[in-house]
Design a binder for this molecule. Structure first.
Ligand code: CTP
Length: 399
């Protein structure tokens, strides 16, 4: 699976809101990620944006009228509903949300949603007062109760000039909600997977830390991939520049000691632990309470003490996976760690290889297991690597 959307059939309903411009971006991102997107516009949406905009992106007909003789919906009014893998309404106005709550079917979007067995994702967009209205809030609760994913709205400046709840969530976030909806009956449904990510920061004084080059990308990709297979993904992350992935439970920590406590607490009821974090092996023995001043001499010695080995000491999950980022003797080192830390799988990567390691979006890894099995994977995106690791985790959890 290259992306969560590869080969998926997405029906994108767009209703009449100024946030229509975000639907164009969303549509483009879905197409780029490999989805086939069928767009339906309400009458009101066509006042904000033209069908041509979406047709140019999807290279497919855009439905604006259920009775349009050119549209396949005029022959088979539930055609899109039946072939959709997911139906998305973005932006969804208060009016369309109210129609969905009532089960009305007076246009192509509401008809499609009433007739589909596919998961439905709705991204509300409206003025703050319309959102705050008890009628709208109750309608949204009704949709949630029926299993519809309601993504947002976000808080911020609205087209009216008001500040408040009512902004459509950003397309990049919405992709996470759609991916999760697509995978909600996946092979990790009902499983709790804890993933650690990023490089821990060990303070030497209030302004300075010892850290490493980990970007966190591999751990975040695993959390997203686990979510996209139906798992409850729990991400324990050291500081990174990455945004929190939507629909993932995120715990932010800094040091190895904080990560140990968070991982232990999160693993109490978890099925698997995947330690993708680059945990500092040592921390300062005596972090200074105030900013350290330059001394007279040319050198500075900081005394370090060993951090706990989180992977080795965490008990209770059925499956444990470790990562070995090495610069030499890759497999021999990884094998030794597999035994020492008593884990089921080790994902080994040579961080000096092109396209692998820190900061990049791709990785080239070898997965080794307790039975001596060695799975050498070609270079692929970190999201694809994540799925290959989770294939193995899913198998171990079944066994
Ligand atoms: N790890 C951990 N706690 C530590 C150090 C490492 O949980 N204090 C985990 C990492 O998250 C990773 C695996 O152990 O999944 C291997 O990490 P690595 O740094 O390669 O192993 P070390 O045991 O620290 O060995 P090295 O001497 O090569 O640093």
């Amino acid at each position: 699976m290259k992306t969560a959307f590869d080969g998926k059939k997405v029906v994108l309903g767009v209703t009449g809101s100024i946030a229509c411009y975000k639907a164009v971006d969303l549509c483009s991102k879905l197409v780029q990620a490999g989805a086939q997107v069928d767009v339906i516009l309400t009458d009101a949406a066509t006042k904000f944006i033209t069908p041509l905009t979406f047709r140019s992106i999807t290279h497919r007909p855009v439905v604006t009228d259920i009775f349009d003789a050119e549209s396949e919906l005029s022959v088979e009014h539930v055609a899109l509903a039946e072939r959709a893998d997911v139906v998305v309404v973005a932006p969804a106005t208060a009016h369309t949300i109210a129609k969905l709550a009532l089960g009305l079917a007076d246009d192509a979007i509401t008809t499609t949603i009433l007739a589909t067995a596919a998961p439905v994702v709705v991204a509300p967009a409206m003025d703050a007062h319309m959102y705050d209205n008890p009628a709208t809030l109750e309608n949204i609760e009704t949709l949630k109760r029926r299993g519809i994913t309601v993504a947002g709205p976000a808080k911020g400046r609205l087209a009216s000039g008001l500040w408040g709840w009512g902004r459509m969530v950003e397309p990049s976030d919405l992709l996470g909600h759609i991916a999760a909806a697509l995978g909600r009956r996946g092979d990790l449904a009902d499983k709790i997977i804890v993933i650690s990510a990023g490089g821990t920061q060990e303070a030497i004084d209030p302004v300075r830390v010892i850290t490493n080059r980990s970007s966190g990308k591999m751990g975040y990709a695993i959390a997203e991939a686990a979510r996209d297979r139906g798992a409850h993904a729990v991400l324990v992350t050291a500081p990174t520049s990455l945004p929190d992935p939507p629909l993932v439970e995120v715990h932010h920590v800094e040091s190895a000691l904080e990560m140990r406590d968070a991982v232990a607490a999160c693993c109490e009821n978890a099925d698997a632990l995947i330690m993708a974090a680059a945990v500092a092996d040592y921390r300062s023995a005596n972090p200074a309470g105030q900013k350290m001043k330059k001394g007279k001499g040319d050198t500075l010695t900081i005394s370090l003490i060993k951090n706990p080995d989180i992977l080795a000491e965490t008990q209770g999950t059925k499956v444990k996976v470790g990562f070995a980022a090495e610069t030499e003797d890759l497999l021999a080192n990884a094998r030794q760690k597999l035994i020492n830390k008593n884990v089921h799988l080790f994902v080994a990567n040579d961080v000096t290889a092109p396209g692998a390691g820190f900061g990049v979006d791709t990785n080239k890894v070898t997965i080794i297991d307790r039975d001596g099995g060695v799975e050498d994977l070609p270079i692929m995106t970190k999201y694809e690597v994540a799925h290959r690791i989770l294939d193995r985790v899913a198998k171990l959890l079944k066994s």
